[in-house]
Design a protein around this ligand. Structure first.
Ligand code: ADP
Length: 398
């Protein structure tokens, strides 16, 4: 099947066209500055990238350009639009309504709209992407894949906040969790790698990128995760604070005479390892600064690793043991120093890694005789979306 995967942002649209039989990416690209001047980059494996300024007044116009690039001229990889079997959309927030991916219909569109207050930055853009495809690609089935869905198996004790219960009932204030497509894909891959059914395994997934989240997966089901109502909770990230004492908000707002929107902006965009180090949100920059003895870069990296380590400890307790610890995403897949720092001192839990395998980013970095297997598994959220889309469309056809 040929599946087009779409990740729509407020003024951008990323896409990848998969052949799900071979799992090959036939083409991928990015439309940026939608509604402004418009810019597109389209890549086909083995060919030079096509980059051009192209005005696109809205997401519908962007989709039309993508289809033109996929089907016409030198950039084409399809003979016509009808070769696309289905479209899979990444949707940030599915609230408590969606526990798995679904075929898009009017009810689903309404439900995504209802979740806008929970994902005010992403859900409107995701919805715009869906509506634009419905218009431009009429008759081609569409699937919504939610970042929150995998975490909906968490028990109440893991997702409830200790706030007046009415806020949960009236406004849906609870932990939802994010990066769910990645946590699901990577935990399933980890089970495949060790050759055991996911049902028999206790797994902790550390998705460590610009945004980072940790999840505890028992028997293939998520039982807890570090992000919450929004992606701000959990470990310190590139620019997000992660967990802090909530009383700090009022304290800083009074001390600095700033309002809640400025405060929220600081927590999302100026905190995390950028806030502590004062130099960068990027771990490569921080590693370099650390090597040059930059004190705040050193402490920023320590705070990050310490926080991830504490989540691992907490989730081993929540799971009642551990079979596999998995690292994924930009930092998890590439940064051996972070993996080393996070796992050091956890030998008493049966987590022990081999330095050489770790430095080489090998898939299995466990030390000889380690009770827990520690794996480095590249995430691929787009492929996971394509696979879900294919599975749902196949059911639809049957
Ligand atoms: P996003 O959440 O935006 O998808 P990524 O998963 O791409 O983020 O992760 C970005 C982070 O991964 C950055 O902090 C970057 O420094 C780090 N990273 C990526 N590649 C490497 C590498 N080769 N070595 C060290 N860190 C890396």
């Amino acid at each position: 099947m040929k599946i087009l995967v779409i990740n729509a942002g407020s003024s951008s649209l990323k896409y990848q066209l998969f052949d799900t039989d071979t799992k090959d990416v036939l083409a991928k690209g990015l439309c940026e500055r939608i509604g402004l001047d418009g810019n597109v980059k389209h890549s086909v494996p083995g060919q030079e990238d096509f980059v051009k300024e192209m005005p696109m007044k809205d997401h519908g116009a962007a989709i039309r350009i993508v289809i033109e690039l996929l089907t016409q001229g030198n950039t084409a990889v399809l003979t016509s639009l009808s070769e696309i079997d289905a479209v899979g959309h990444r949707v940030l927030h599915g609230g408590a309504e969606f526990t798995e991916s679904v075929i898009v219909d009017d009810r689903v569109i309404d439900a995504i709209r209802k979740c806008i207050p929970l994902g005010p930055l992403h859900n409107p853009a995701n919805l715009t992407g869906i509506l634009a495809c419905s218009e431009v690609m009429e008759g081609i089935p569409q699937v919504a894949v939610f970042d929150t869905a995998f975490h909906q198996t968490m028990p109440e004790k893991a997702y409830l906040y200790a706030l007046p219960y009415e806020y949960y009932e009236k406004h849906g204030v609870r932990r939802y969790g994010f990066h769910g497509t990645s946590h699901r894909y990577v935990s399933q891959k980890a089970a495949e790698i060790v050759g055991k059914p996911a049902e028999d395994l206790k797994i902790i997934v550390c998705h460590l990128g610009n945004g980072s989240s940790i999840s505890a997966v028992n028997g293939g089901k998520c039982i807890d995760t570090s992000m919450g109502l929004t992606p701000l909770e959990g470990v310190p990230m590139g620019t997000r604070s992660g967990c802090i004492d909530p009383a700090i908000l009022e304290f800083i707002m009074n001390a600095e005479s700033i309002d809640i929107s400025e405060m929220t902006d600081i927590l999302n965009k100026k905190s995390g390892v950028l806030g502590i180090s004062g130099i960068s949100s990027d771990f490569r920059d921080l590693d370099e600064a650390k090597d040059n003895g930059h004190k705040r870069a050193i402490i920023a990296l320590e705070c990050f690793a310490y926080s991830v380590k504490k989540y691992i400890g907490a989730y081993v307790a929540a799971l009642g043991g551990l079979d596999i610890l998995v690292f994924t995403a930009g930092i998890g897949e590439n940064n051996y120093k972070a993996r080393k720092e996070i796992t050091s001192g956890l030998e008493f839990m049966g987590i022990s890694i081999d330095d050489e395998k770790n430095i080489n980013n090998q898939t299995d970095i466990s030390a000889e005789g380690s009770r827990v297997r520690t794996l480095v598994v590249p995430t691929n959220e787009e492929l996971a979306i394509a696979i879900d889309t294919m599975a749902l469309v196949e059911k639809l056809v049957k």
